[in-house]
Design a protein around this ligand. Structure first.
Ligand SMILES: [Fe+2]
Ligand SMILES: [Fe+2]
Ligand SMILES: [Fe+2]
Ligand SMILES: [Fe+2]
Length: 434
């Protein structure tokens, strides 16, 4: 049975106010929560931040009094949604534990989106970013162990692998080279539009989380690593948002924002196994259907077009979470040496074909000049347990030296780079028992 949100009643905007006791709920238990309930909670926080932010930015450029009134009322609801969702995080969940949750979202969400993306170029871009967040998860896992003594599986629960990806020191690109070709608003599928907006929201929130929390640790190496990866997330926001057609009108964008909220809450509600969280997703889905009706009416008035021309006549599923190990391993083994080509074609290439004057070399030489903090993490943990911390199938773990050999650029390397030979040495040490 299909679900057409434009045909559903939902809750009207004026009936969406709740009490403080309802807005600020008891948090989940970090020991018993399902890892994918946590990823839904992390993602939906990002979706709400984007919804709130977009409405503020729109209000600042919109002189229409009636529209300003609508935006003022509805963004307050978005903000209340955000508080409810984000504050389900328990106070005892450390910054690094939450960080592992953020990167688990990135890896398993991007994998899901890539496999459900009808546009080949957009899918290729998702796969490209996937291997970078996969490497972030590996680097942060080292620190979660060194600082809090935890196994990555305390958070990931065995659903997501932890091994080296495309090395983070190679993620620092010329920001112009990150820009991608945008879809065509007239021909792109609603699934493509929702997929991209979902991922942009998630990556933006990841950036904001690192920017706001990386300083909460005293260790310089860890602080620098948050700074390094925060900057990659800025590149990710730049890359994914550039896929969006900039010629969409603001009314079309508002419609797509509310539709994305509807689709993500619908998907969360459909999948949720935690009763308390499921009730939140259900209630906010009904609110978002209310928002969608408001946006659809505005779209009809301003554009004299049918909203279904933009969002279609049924929800799409942009955020189903499940283990994606096979998919990620496949992309890892095949695309670890992939790079942005830096040309006007906005395509991709491989390390061996990079020109000497590749624009990203200049960036990498500058930012990695005193060593890459993400390499330092491996140096530090190897002095303590003799090797890096990994959680994956033995066959994949054994491929680490080869992945580094193929995935690391010979040019513009950080002076503290852990080499393939060093990985070979580390591979002789039994992985830590976690
Ligand atoms: Fe919302
Ligand atoms: Fe990341
Ligand atoms: Fe990312
Ligand atoms: Fe909304």
């Amino acid at each position: 049975m299909t679900f057409n949100p434009l045909k559903e009643k939902g809750v009207p905007l004026e009936k969406q106010l709740r009490s403080w006791h309802d807005i600020v709920k008891r948090p989940f238990d970090k020991h018993s929560v399902d890892c994918y309930s946590r990823t839904r909670q992390i993602l939906m926080n990002g979706i709400e931040v984007e919804a709130w932010n977009f409405k503020h930015n729109l209000a600042r450029i919109c002189p229409d009094r009636e529209v300003r009134n609508i935006l003022a009322m509805s963004r307050r609801i978005e903000d209340m949604h955000q508080t409810t969702v984000n504050w389900l995080t328990p106070a005892c969940q450390s910054v690094l534990e939450t960080t592992l949750g953020y990167e688990q979202v990135a890896v398993d969400l991007t994998s899901w989106l890539a496999q459900n993306e009808p546009d080949d170029y957009v899918r290729e871009t998702f796969n490209f970013g996937l291997l970078e967040d996969f490497d972030h998860l590996y680097r942060y896992s080292q620190w979660a162990y060194m600082i809090h003594g935890i196994s990555p599986d305390d958070i990931l629960q065995g659903m997501t692998d932890v091994v080296v990806g495309r090395p983070t020191q190679n993620h620092h690109n010329c920001n112009v080279a990150r820009l991608r070709k945008h879809y065509d608003k007239n021909t792109a599928a609603p699934q493509t539009k929702v997929n991209i907006l979902t991922l942009v929201s998630g990556e933006q929130q990841t950036h904001n989380y690192y920017a706001e929390h990386g300083m909460m640790y005293g260790n310089d190496d860890l602080r620098r690593m948050y700074g390094e990866i925060c900057d990659v997330e800025e590149e990710h926001v730049t890359m994914y948002e550039s896929l969006i057609d900039p010629t969409e009108s603001v009314w079309e964008k508002l419609l797509l924002h509310e539709f994305t909220e509807v689709c993500t809450y619908y998907n969360c509600y459909k999948d949720e196994i935690d009763e308390k969280l499921k009730a939140v997703w259900e209630e906010f889905l009904a609110h978002e259907i209310g928002h969608l009706h408001v946006a659809a009416e505005l779209f009809k008035t301003k554009e004299d077009r049918d909203p279904e021309e933009v969002i279609g006549s049924e929800v799409v599923l942009p955020c189903h979470f499940e283990a994606q190990k096979t998919y990620v391993t496949d992309i890892l083994l095949n695309e670890v040496d992939k790079r942005l080509d830096g040309s006007d074609d906005m395509g991709y290439t491989t390390i061996d074909k990079l020109p000497e004057d590749w624009a990203s070399y200049r960036i990498q030489r500058a930012v990695n000049a005193d060593g890459a903090p993400t390499e330092q993490a491996i140096r530090l943990i190897s002095t303590s347990i003799g090797r890096d911390l990994v959680v994956a199938d033995k066959k994949l773990i054994n491929k680490e030296p080869d992945l580094i050999k193929r995935g690391l650029q010979p040019e513009a390397q950080a002076p503290n780079t852990v080499t393939s030979d060093e990985y070979e040495m580390m591979s002789k040490v039994k992985p830590a028992e976690l």
